[in-house]
Design a protein around this ligand. Structure first.
Ligand code: N01
Length: 536
């Protein structure tokens, strides 16, 4: 039964990277009464949920973290270049303790609806707890709370164990539990590519069901030794100034010319340098036209295909793993890998191309494709997420005059800078659709500071309501569309365009300009008296 609503100033949804810091800003900087609602039984968001074997971040640890506290930055000892899931979760738990945030967090409390009553947000939850607050801030992330499980016929009849990478069971599915089992993985995006080599090491047999071959860039992963750690911990100013003036929210040195300006020898040398550097740099810290010009992109794609050729011995398997010539590199969110391609040379690993040999059904004992039956004890869905809008639309948000967010966004989302939606006063969406596409903790932190500044401004000025204007939202949508026209990103059938979910409107979900430009725009709007917002 719903309880009498608790009176608050703000409700924050989610206790991951975004929600933790938002709670801290609203409570400790602005002195507001705040509840951070978290559906799961622990903090950490994505890093609480994504516990699949091999889960690791593909942004470097020294910049996949908060910058708001210099002390926190200096204290924390990252153990490796790309932090593992457990380590990031430990970091976020540490943040919750260090800043005494737990007393403001309600765990195991799933928001079921949020309705604006003309002055306040009325928030209901699955525990019966209810809240009435002036401000509602979503920190639900882009992906993790909305796993996509394709409707494979017969999945419910499977007698083995199955799960999704983004909603990994807490018991019975650790790596040891998979030892000696026949495991099937469907999907070869970032999650699949991370878990496949690790599971292959222990499984009796691993069958990978691949729909689209993908480029994947070696992580060149390594542990961080004492000297490197000391250098990173003492580089706070350089790191964050470089991150904030960067393309994607992490320090990088893009090549300030076209791929086409270099000779084949020069560009191969540049590509090789980036390849050895590892990770996202190959696609993001590279020639300026790589993600904008198909011809330029083609040279990088050829280079990456050649690298795959060097690593797979079986020509039949290689043919299945090579992305086709017309598939640009980096149009889908780039994948970062360790030992991925070599895994297919193992005797216990089989690759099934489900475009040539489609999945017909899941049976009680495995997966039937047109070509035959694959006996399995475990099925892992690495099939991705209903990204960006999915986590928000699950919240049942109703704004001014009974307008449901689901209806407003039926043909695709519209927002002002990814931060606010016209018709939804005093609602702020951290990393919402329309925001920049970059290193999420950095983008989220910028949003949170910006939102806290705006709320602080309202308190000082005595405003009770703020709302993005229709015109500002329309202009932002036009700006996004203009940038998208120039980019290769909309060409991919991926989560960043909504194309991975059957029936979802295909639209560009991000502002595809540089993070540094986006940051300047948001800060300029604030400096200009919050241009595009209406106060009352
Ligand atoms: O999901 P994805 P993800 N039948 O959407 C396939 C972040 N992340 O969880 O390409 C068969 O990329 C689908 O095939 P196709 C990161 O931002 C980060 O891997 O659509 N296959 C694809 O292969 C990332 O981009 C990290 O043809 C089906 C796969 O499933 C984002 O999360 C780690 C299918 C889905 O790939 C999402 O990555 C993990 C079907 N019906 C995730 N439906 C790191 O930081 C889908 N597929 C390292």
């Amino acid at each position: 039964m719903e309880q009498t609503p608790e009176e608050l100033d703000a409700v924050v949804i989610g206790a991951g990277f975004a929600g933790l810091y938002m709670g801290h800003q609203l409570r400790d900087r602005l002195g507001l009464r705040v509840a951070v609602l978290e559906a799961e039984d622990g903090v950490g968001g994505t890093w609480h949920l994504n516990r699949y074997p091999g889960a690791r971040c593909d942004i470097e640890s020294f910049v996949y973290c908060y910058s708001f506290s210099r002390e926190l930055y200096r204290e924390w000892e990252w153990s490796s270049k790309y932090p593992a899931q457990e380590e990031i979760l430990r970091y976020l738990e540490h943040v919750a303790d260090r800043f005494d945030l737990r007393r403001s967090i309600r765990l195991s409390t799933r928001l079921t609806s949020a309705t604006f009553d003309g002055t306040h947000w009325l928030v209901s939850t699955d525990t019966g707890a209810a809240f009435r607050a002036r401000f509602l801030v979503t920190g639900v992330g882009l992906l993790a709370s909305a796993p996509f499980r394709p409707a494979f016929p017969g999945l419910e009849t499977f007698t083995g164990r199955w799960c999704h990478t983004g909603d990994w069971p807490r018991t019975g599915m650790e790596l040891d539990d998979l030892a000696g089992k026949r495991v099937g993985v469907i999907g070869t995006g970032s999650s699949g590519v991370q878990t496949i080599p690790v599971v292959a090491e222990v499984a009796e047999r691993l069958t990978v069901f691949q729909r689209t071959p993908q480029y994947a860039i070696p992580a060149q992963h390594h542990t961080i030794g004492p000297d490197e750690l000391a250098r990173l911990r003492n580089s706070y100013d350089e790191v964050w100034s470089a991150a904030h003036s960067s393309l994607g929210g992490f320090p990088c040195d893009p090549i300030p010319r076209s791929v086409l300006a270099d000779t084949p020898e020069q560009r191969n040398a540049e590509f090789e340098k980036l390849w050895q550097r590892g990770g996202l740099h190959f696609v993001l810290a590279t020639y300026q036209d790589l993600l904008f010009d198909l011809e330029a992109n083609g040279y990088a794609a050829d280079f990456a295909r050649d690298k795959i050729r060097e690593r797979v011995r079986d020509p039949r398997v290689l043919e299945m793993l090579l992305p086709p010539k017309d598939q640009p590199i980096g149009a889908k969110r780039p994948i970062v890998e360790t030992n991925y391609f070599e895994t297919y040379d193992r005797d216990n690993v089989e690759l099934v191309d489900v475009r040539a040999d489609p999945i017909v059904e899941v049976t009680p004992t495995g997966i039937r494709t047109e070509g035959g039956h694959h006996e399995l004890d475990v099925i892992i869905l690495a099939t991705g997420f209903d990204a960006v809008t999915g986590p928000l639309l699950r919240l049942n948000i109703t704004g001014r005059d009974g307008r449901a967010l689901r209806d407003e966004w039926a043909a695709g989302p519209a927002s002002y800078m990814g931060l606010a939606v016209s018709g939804f006063p005093n609602l702020f969406t951290i990393t919402g659709p329309g925001s920049t596409f970059g290193n999420i903790p950095v983008v989220a932190e910028h949003h949170i500071d910006w939102i806290a500044d705006l709320i602080g401004h309202m308190l000082d000025a005595g405003h009770s309501c703020v709302e993005a204007s229709r015109d500002a939202q329309r202009e932002w949508t036009t700006t996004m569309a203009r940038l998208a026209e120039k980019s290769l990103i909309p060409l991919a059938d991926s989560w960043s365009t909504g194309a991975n979910i059957p029936g979802k409107p295909r639209t560009v979900l991000f502002y595809l300009g540089k993070y540094s430009t986006y940051r300047k725009i948001c800060n300029g709007v604030a400096a200009d008296g919050y241009r595009g917002f209406e106060f009352s």
